[in-house]
Design a protein around this ligand. Structure first.
Ligand code: ATP
Length: 468
């Protein structure tokens, strides 16, 4: 019997007595998206605790001086705002600043009680307010710049807790089930489990939604030569290839029923029988499965016994709209990876990008930020550079087809088709990538084939010949 652990919570869980300590997180400044200098301010644990927010000289880094936060932001007034704990409540008050203080996009004109998840703009600096329990407050106070999770750090209490749980569970043999929306970081979390497990074998990822239903068993379990038409040679399959390591089953809800039954046998017997073979092979793998919660939905076409087997520990990765405190760290990581040397963003664009819904989560943030940075060049990212967001809005309003017609695009099939950006964006990406199409496609956040189609449509020559 597998014990079921879980970090799952409902989306709108009310703050309870145990989540009563306020923590303000400095997320980023719009004039330096690469700084990655986010941190949690000291917790507002006692009645009477205050944090004053003042402007600092421009050259100075963002810093705390006792109970005062100093922001080197010209849009912050000399004495701009204060957060004060009164009883069980934290209140934010503007001190008559020149450019105002905003909570969730609206200016405040009187002391404003803060609620968990509130997004605060002071000048061109962004903050998120969180209510946490005492243990999390102590953890954030001990690690004010966040905890490592995958390639970045996290300041989001839910992700901090998830990372700690995953690290603990990784050392056991418990299968892990990750629940998350698309692009929220399931594969990153699965690789984190593998890394922390200390397993010597590889981490093999399988997107169960991208493999045709009649091929999935051969792909997972391998096959003998001649087992079916086209099986010209024997193959080990993905599970045996990850022997000694981790198998990450993404989009597990898309596994056909017959394959579910075969997979259940593999989990029970710890052996794999290739398609067409009569002999089983022992395997030693750690299982991580991921789903958009569909396997738990009432009436889901997913075997309850397999679900129970896979759900040893159930971890929910919050969507980006519930972890805005990580926008600064994620943004800096994304831009640094795309070799962007400096990047700033206007307030209007920041609101569209950082405070918007971003249903494609971190993947969508990555696409939007990198292509906008390419288009903005040396200037600040402005709303007209956010063509990826415009493309999504167009696709949601039906202007862009959501049904892929290219059979080669199977793995992209569930993702909205991208609207073609301007020629300047495509050429900018190609220049930045020194003509390497794969790299330019990565910068634009699209598949290389998509970029090739756009280049053909615009008459941009392919290959390195175009490097200037
Ligand atoms: N903690 C993180 N730090 C930095 N980048 C991240 C993090 N989490 C996710 N990403 C980036 O966001 C993108 C999506 O992440 P990932 O592939 O793990 O998500 P997913 O939920 O598995 O996506 P999908 O639903 O499309 O399979 C990737 O480019 C990944 O590098």
């Amino acid at each position: 019997m597998v014990e079921t652990l879980s970090n799952t919570k409902t989306e709108h869980e009310p703050p309870t007595q145990s989540r009563s300590i306020g923590v303000l997180v400095f997320v980023l400044r719009y004039d330096d998206l690469l700084a990655g200098d986010a941190f949690a301010l000291p917790p507002l644990a006692r009645s009477g605790a205050t944090i004053e927010i003042h402007r600092a000289p421009r050259v100075q880094p963002v810093s705390m001086d006792g109970k005062t936060l100093l922001l080197p932001d010209p849009y912050v007034s000399r004495s701009h705002a204060v957060v004060a704990r009164a009883g069980h409540e934290d209140r934010l008050e503007d001190r008559g600043s020149r450019y105002g203080t905003f909570v969730n996009g609206a200016p405040i004109d009187a002391p404003r009680p803060l609620a968990d998840g509130d997004v605060i703009e002071i000048g061109h600096s962004l903050f998120v307010y969180r209510l946490v329990n005492e243990a999390m407050a102590m953890r954030l106070a001990a690690h004010p710049t966040g905890l490592a999770h995958g390639p970045t750090r996290t300041l989001c209490p839910e992700v901090v807790q998830l990372a700690l749980d995953l690290e603990r569970v990784a050392r056991t043999d418990q299968p892990v089930m990750l629940l998350a929306e698309t692009g929220a970081g399931k594969e990153i979390a699965a690789r984190y489990v593998h890394e922390k497990s200390g397993r010597a074998g590889p981490c093999g990822a399988i997107d169960c939604g991208a493999i045709p239903g009649d091929m999935i068993e051969a792909e997972l379990f391998g096959h003998r030569r001649g087992a079916f038409t086209g099986a010209h040679e024997e193959r080990r399959g993905r599970i045996r290839s990850a022997d000694g390591g981790t198998v990450f089953l993404d989009e597990i809800g898309n596994l056909p029923e017959a394959a579910q039954a075969s997979l259940l046998r593999v989990l029970q017997e710890r052996e794999v029988t290739p398609v067409g073979a009569d002999r089983a092979h022992k395997v030693d793998v750690r299982w991580v499965a991921a789903t958009n919660a569909d396997v738990f939905a009432p009436g889901a076409r997913f075997r309850a016994d397999l679900r129970t087997r896979l759900a040893g520990y159930v971890g929910r990765i919050p969507p980006l709209r519930r972890r805005r405190e990580d926008l600064g760290l994620l943004g800096a990581h994304i831009l640094a990876k795309a070799d962007v040397a400096r990047a700033s963003i206007t307030k209007k664009a920041a609101r569209a990008l950082l405070l918007g819904e971003l249903p494609g989560n971190i993947r969508e943030l990555g696409r939007a930020l990198t292509s906008a940075a390419v288009l903005a060049g040396d200037g600040a990212i402005d709303v007209q550079h956010l063509s990826v967001l415009a493309a999504r809005e167009a696709s949601e309003s039906g202007e862009v087809s959501l049904s892929p017609s290219d059979p080669e695009e199977t793995s992209e099939a569930r993702k909205p088709r991208q609207q073609r950006p301007d020629r300047a964006v495509i050429e900018g990406a190609l220049d930045k990538a020194r003509g390497v199409q794969g790299e330019a496609a990565r910068l634009l956040g699209v598949h290389e084939r998509q970029l090739a189609r756009w280049m053909d449509a615009l008459g941009i020559p392919r290959g390195r010949a175009r490097v200037r």
